[in-house]
Design a protein around this ligand. Structure first.
Ligand SMILES: [Zn+2]
Length: 113
């Protein structure tokens, strides 16, 4: 399951961060999830509920921020409308995805003594 291995990798980074700051607990983990990332927020959420058990994230909440897909011209960087022509009207260069395929670890809320 894609979401499961994603969460495992994410948790490793959260644990590293928590250890580096001597945190007692993690309260909140924020993830930025692009709408074209191919990740189901619901599956990510349930994977998190399984993986966090017994870790420093045991009581943490997962917050998923959806990021809409955004296109721009690969030549002149003009923003292009999603669902429109995937080619720039000004210079004819093909559209490039500027946002929407990301899976990023955002803020982590730690309890630090
Ligand atoms: Zn262009």
């Amino acid at each position: 399951m894609h979401e499961y291995s994603l969460i495992v990798a994410l948790m490793e980074r959260v644990e590293e961060e928590a250890a580096a700051r001597g945190a007692l607990a993690v309260h909140r983990v924020c993830v930025r999830l692009g709408e074209l990332s191919g990740v189901e927020p619901d599956l990510l959420d349930s994977a998190f509920a399984i993986v966090r058990t017994g870790t420093i994230c045991g009581g943490a909440a997962l917050e998923i921020e959806r990021v809409a897909a955004r296109w721009e011209c690969s030549g002149c960087r003009r923003p292009l409308e999603a669902g429109g022509r995937l080619r720039c009207a000004a210079c004819g260069a093909p559209a490039a995805l500027a946002a929407g395929d990301e899976i990023l670890l955002g803020q982590i809320e730690l309890e630090v003594p």
